[in-house]
Structures are given as C-alpha cells and as structure tokens.
Ligand binder design. Structure first.
Ligand SMILES: C[S@@+](CC[C@H](N)C(=O)[O-])C[C@H]1O[C@@H](n2cnc3c(N)ncnc32)[C@H](O)[C@@H]1O
Length: 367
C-alpha cells in the first residue's frame, strides 16, 4: 500500500476497487454541481475497469482522479482534435463527455501514461486571491500597513499578484484596479459592502517545495490543465499566468516549515508580515502543522505577524468551525495574529476552496 496526501488526509491506494471508490467520492463531493462535466466523467470512470487499470499502473501521485482529468485536459490544450475539445470549451453538451473522455485516454494511452508517471496535481488558483484580499484587509487593520506578504506553498506565485487583480464581489461591490487583465468573481454574502482598497504591499515573497516555472511552456500548460474546464476559471487563470510572465512574482524553492524562518528573514524587520497559505496546510502532517504555528508564535515576539489561511473546514484547531457550512469544497477563511502571547484565531468566514463564494461570519466588519 502506498499513502499520499489528499485534502489533509493520508489515504491509501487500494488497487482498482479503491480507485473506483476514489473516483466516485471525488465526483460526488468535490465536483458535484460545481463541475457537472467532471462529475459525469468521474461517475463513468468509477465503473470503467480499463481506465482504472491504466490509473492503477501509475505511481501513487498519478493515481488521483485529478491527475488523469488533467492529463486529458492537457492533451486538449495541446491541440488534440477531438469532439472533447468542443465539450470542454462549452460549445457542446456534456452528455457525450464520458465516452469522449474514454476515447481520448485510450487513443493516447502512451502520452497519458507518461503524464501520470511524471506529473502530479498542481493548482495555483487566482480565485483564492478574492479570499486572501479580504483577509489581508482585516490583518492590516490590526498590524498596520504597508505590509509584507509571504505566500507559503505558493505554487507559481499567482496569488502574490493579488493587488493587481480586479475583484467582483457581486452586490457587495468591486475592489482592485479597474484595468486589470484578471477579474475574479466571488459571491460574497454576510456583508453589505467591500473595503475601498487593499493594504499597500511593500514586499512580497513566495516559497514552494516545487515552484512552477511559468517560463516553461509545458509547466504553464500543465498548470492550466489542472483547472476544471467548466468552472469558468480557465480564462482568468490564463490571464493571471500571462500577467505573472510579464511581472514575475518573487518565488523560491523551499519547505514551508523547515525554511519558514529563512523566508521571514527576507523581509524588512520593521514591516508587518502576513503569511498566507491557501490549500497548502493540508499537505503537512500534524507535527509539521504544529511546528508551522510554533515558528509563527516565536517570530511574532520579534515582529508584527499574522497568518491568513483557507483550508478545509475543521483542519486547523486555531480556527473554530464557522457557524454556517456549505458542502462542496467548503473551507474556513481564518486570521491569526501572532504578538507573542497565545495566538488568537478568528474565523472570518466559510468559503469555497477556489473562491467561488464567501460567506462572511466574523462580526468585526467593516474593519
Ligand atoms: C494545492 S496547491 C495550492 C497552491 C496555491 N497556494 C494556491 O492556492 O493556488 C499546494 C501547494 O503546496 C505546495 N507544498 C506542499 N507541501 C509543501 C511544503 N512542505 N512546503 C512548501 N510547499 C509545499 C505544493 O508544491 C503545491 O504547490
């Protein structure tokens, strides 16, 4: 048995039966109504011994449903000329998607197997910037500004450019430069208006175990391939990648626990720093999570320091479970201030993992 992390848990690869269950659960709980296209493909792969067999022959990292889905999407983005491209582009209904998906995998078996063997899920979701933006406003209200931002587990660093994006929070209003090439929509509820502006970011840096190099066309395409085609996120991710290519965010390779001290040392000591993590803490085991918080506690004695994070509801004790919860990909948006004393965690709201919606629950609004 091989174990690999998924959404904060270690799960085992149990051969074809286990994979079938993974596909079924993934389709129901993660895709669901959010991605009807992938939900329908997942349902059919869960019953397809041939496709499951191909997935089962991959290394553990390649066995996650997301990786086979991304492998086929990668082929589509590479110009694979099948009707599946039409479905993914939304120009054709999804009823044929499972059969076309199957045809694409089996027709390009070697290429798919190569991708499963060499790639792993790699997302860098600029939609999460809509969550971080409001978290940073709250953090700066306590710490003062300008601030430094350290994004830990930053992938390609797209969320380090969060002050370059335009946010559309629906009825609550808009935020960010009107002429931004990247617009992120987030259905915000629980508040009447959004803040007038973001805090000034004087310094920014990101660390990731395996940063994505956007100057590598293949890596950039894989990043895009990991986006689910029918969720409306492709154009904004492509635009964010383009922006990051023109203005590369400062990212370096490093472990978010072992190298956290060194990453914090990069910032002007007088500058308050907000450490951000989005869908990254789940990759740490419990001992690493404890160490991560312990380092922030220690560093909070010397400098103004906060942590803004989005992670699956209940993953981090510091942030009480929000009073409301929607099921599909529900995360907690949390803020903790580290000032030398016992860190006080505030749950700001419950949100969709990709930032599709945010239900604000913290009474301290507006800041
Ligand atoms: C699901 S992605 C999220 C990326 C980005 N934070 C976002 O929200 O778009 C998780 C990222 O965490 C990184 N990661 C996992 N464990 C890590 C560690 N111990 N230190 C640094 N980065 C890590 C992975 O390489 C990956 O890029």
């Amino acid at each position: 048995l091989t174990a690999y992390p998924r959404r904060g848990k270690l799960i085992s690869v149990r051969g074809i039966d286990g994979l079938s269950e993974d596909w079924r659960i993934f389709g129901e709980t993660e895709c669901g109504e959010y991605s009807p296209l992938y939900a329908s493909i997942c349902r059919s792969v869960a019953d397809d011994a041939e496709l499951l067999g191909l997935a089962a022959s991959a290394p553990a990292t390649g066995q996650q449903p997301n990786v086979l889905l991304a492998a086929v999407h990668y082929l589509v983005l590479s110009g694979l000329n099948t009707q599946l491209s039409e479905v993914y582009a939304g120009r054709r209904g999804i009823s044929d998607a499972p059969a076309l998906f199957r045809e694409a995998v089996l027709g390009h078996r070697d290429a798919v197997a190569r991708l499963l063997a060499t790639r792993r899920t790699q997302t860098n979701e600029p939609g999460r910037a809509a969550l971080l933006a409001l978290g940073l406003v709250q953090a700066a209200a306590v710490l003062g500004e300008p601030i430094g931002v350290l994004d830990a587990g930053c992938s390609a660093g797209l969320n380090l450019l969060l002050d370059r994006y335009r946010y559309d929070y629906g009825a609550a209003g808009v935020l960010g430069p009107a002429d931004s090439p990247v617009t992120v929509g987030c259905a915000l509820s629980g508040v009447a208006t959004v803040p007038a502006r973001l805090p000034v970011i004087a310094e920014r840096h990101g660390i990731d175990l395996e940063p994505v190099d956007l100057s590598d066309a293949d890596d950039a395409r894989w990043l895009l391939a990991c986006v689910w085609p029918d969720t409306g996120r492709l154009p904004r991710t492509a635009a964010a990648i383009e922006l990051a290519r023109r203005s590369p965010p400062p990212v370096s390779a490093g472990d978010m626990v072992a190298d956290l001290d060194a990453a914090l040392d990069r910032f002007d000591p007088a500058l308050p720093v907000v450490v951000t993590t989005t869908s990254a803490i789940g990759y740490l085991d419990e001992a690493q999570r404890r160490d991560f918080v312990a380092i922030l506690r220690r560093r909070g004695i010397q400098r103004r320091l906060a942590w803004v994070t989005t992670d699956p509801v209940g993953l981090i004790d510091l942030f009480p479970a929000p009073p409301v919860r929607r099921e599909t990909l529900a995360c907690t948006l949390g803020l903790a201030i580290f000032d030398g004393g016992e860190p006080a965690g505030r749950t700001l709201g419950v949100c969709h993992s990709h930032g599709a919606w945010l239900e604000w629950t913290d009474p301290a609004w507006p800041h």
